[in-house]
Design a protein around this ligand. Structure first.
Ligand SMILES: [Cu+2]
Length: 176
């Protein structure tokens, strides 16, 4: 912030209004950088995994969902092929889609999800998502749990899923 300290003392910013606006701008920058620190993301080669999150589950629930965004900054497509976590017996890749009868249904995608070169895929409510099946304990709001994502080319990376409130829908804490 030394730039702003200097800017504030420069004669250019003589009026109170000018000083206040420079100070506000400095605060804004400070807030923006803090926000970047709070957003959680993970990197694996050319892949960026943004804000993995889940929802708290009621007692006795057998499944929990996982959401995140995978961005591929490389020139080759990759594919999310599997997920593993200690919170559940297994984890599956699912998709919400409308079936032949016009009913919204979840289906498991055995072949995984391609992450196109220079593109991104959002795992989010109503779309692709991760399903943690056979939960060993309830997933609690405010906690985090680890999950390992395996990609066909990039390999494996362990990320942390932040648990949101029951019925909560974090839209985008990650800034992209
Ligand atoms: Cu599902």
């Amino acid at each position: 912030m030394s730039f702003f300290t200097r800017a504030l003392s420069r004669p250019l910013f003589r009026s109170l209004e000018e000083r206040v606006s420079v100070a506000l701008f400095a605060l804004l920058l400070l807030f923006a950088s803090t926000h970047q620190l709070l957003a959680h993301g993970f990197k694996l080669g050319d892949l960026e995994i943004g804000h993995p999150w889940s929802r708290a589950t009621p007692a006795g629930a057998k499944v929990a969902a996982g959401y995140l965004v995978v961005k591929n900054t490389g020139s080759q497509p990759d594919r999310l092929v599997s997920i593993q976590s200690d919170v559940s017996e297994k984890a599956e890749i699912h998709e919400m889609a409308v079936d032949a009868a016009g009913v919204m249904k979840m289906r498991q995608i055995g072949e995984g999800v391609e992450i196109p070169a220079g593109g991104e895929v959002a795992f989010k409510p109503g779309s692709y998502h991760i399903m943690f099946v056979g939960l060993k304990a309830p997933v609690k709001e405010g906690e985090k749990f680890a999950g390992t994502l395996t990609f066909e080319k990039a390999g494996a990376v362990t990320v942390e899923f932040a648990v949101d409130a029951m019925g909560g829908q974090t839209q985008d804490h990650s800034g992209h």
